[in-house]
Design a protein around this ligand. Sequence first.
Ligand code: NDP
Ligand code: 2IT
Length: 457
Amino acid sequence: MTMHGVYNTKDVYEKVVSRDPGEKEFLQAVHEVFESVKVVMERNPEYGKSRILERIVEPERVIIFRVPWMDDRGDVHVNRGFRIQMNSAIGPYKGGLRFHPSVNLSILKFLAFEQVFKNALTTLPMGGGKGGSDFDPKGKSDAEVMRFCQSFMLELQKYIGADTDVPAGDIGVGGREIGYMFGIYKKVRTEFTGVLTGKSLNWGGSLIRPEATGYGSVYFASEMLATQNKTLEGKTCLVSGSGNVAQYTAQKILELGGKVVTLSDSSGYIYDESGITPEKLKYVMMLKNVKRGRISEYADKYPKAVYTPLDGAMDHNPLWDHKADCAFPSATQNEINGKDAINLLKNGVYLVSEGANMPTTPDGVDLFIDKKILYGPGKAANAGGVSVSGLEMTQNSMRLKWSREEVDTKLKQIMKSIHKSCVEAAQEYGTPGNYVNGANIAGFVKVANAMLDQGLV
Ligand code: NDP
Ligand code: 2IT
């Protein structure tokens, strides 16, 4: 695919579109990476000759399976299970499992594709994968969730292992689900190994893993701010979501002297002008993690906060329409659209650090880049989670446990190094300050070089 001796990235993209035209989210993720690496392909003819792009968009393996389970009334349900083993050039497949009714092949392929480059940025030896199911844990009893997890893992265990593929959590998969899946894996395989990360502390988990994605996103934000001699002290921050990533993002912002005024779930969001204090955050953690309640209940408990239901038919998300300095989207993909991006800029936001994966639509991304705000894309900003997963794998292999301080120090170093790689790659390829290009290029080059070294596989 060379034209006048120059590799034509656009033609390769069009082939991807014609092969999987319906995979909207996957194509969105591929398009963004291809736009960034066009210049890399032009400078390195070896990549074109070896068809690196054509190979990197094709999962090494996709596993799709039936997951039958029985609810508490004795009714039988059938969900669909997936694992995308995307790329193992630099290590075993690694990436989370998502349980959410919206899960389909396109969403998991986009997440697996992003994971390949994210994991390359972490400096740790991990390939990329993602999996999950269209099962909805909301409203299910613990016994139902356990039966589902057991049925899911009974099939998935055939394809994974501590040196092959190591899943973890994502939306809808937290400590409870990892526990049930680990239990049945151990029983079927008769081995106690680090096949999953995000395990509980008393049976192989790492300190700081629950906190890692949120903390990492705030460390990344601090690195970006430092380039302008700024800190989070006194900054007003919009945070979306109220799950694992959102909670620890809020916690770290508060610790660094910032103010958090919003949180959300899929039903609505709260705006607390006076700021979410550590006590209020503790209540949110109890509400979401123990009671498994809704964020609307925050406004019942703290009546000065305003709850607004989110209506899917709206053309924008009002959460992003408040005066602030920084935004930390930490819920899900495409939660900031073009209109939201305009609102953020209008309200004075000059930093966006993506805790979620691909939370900004392409028109929103273009606006952030055009306006030259500090914009940290998910594959860099939220890499703290998988980084500490990598550290959990290391501890499991060594059969020892590091202290909280040790892991947190390593996490900080990793986020610093990811920031540096992004800045340097963006500079080297002619777009200084563009973290999207920086992250895509630095991640891509590492994987592409490993693929070249290993021949045509
Ligand atoms: P959780 O399940 O703990 O929380 C998800 C939060 O986002 C909940 O508040 C949920 O609301 C909300 N949410 C989910 N889907 C939607 C939707 N379609 N529209 C609006 N809100 C929604 O997941 P995490 O916090 O782990 O994940 C959040 C994001 O961070 C995801 O994009 C994930 O891929 C990404 N991420 C997670 C990592 C991790 O280590 N966990 C690592 C890196 C990235 P509700 O309660 O109503 O479902
Ligand atoms: O998107 C992600 O990076 C995750 N959900 C965490 C993956 C992991 O293996 O810890």
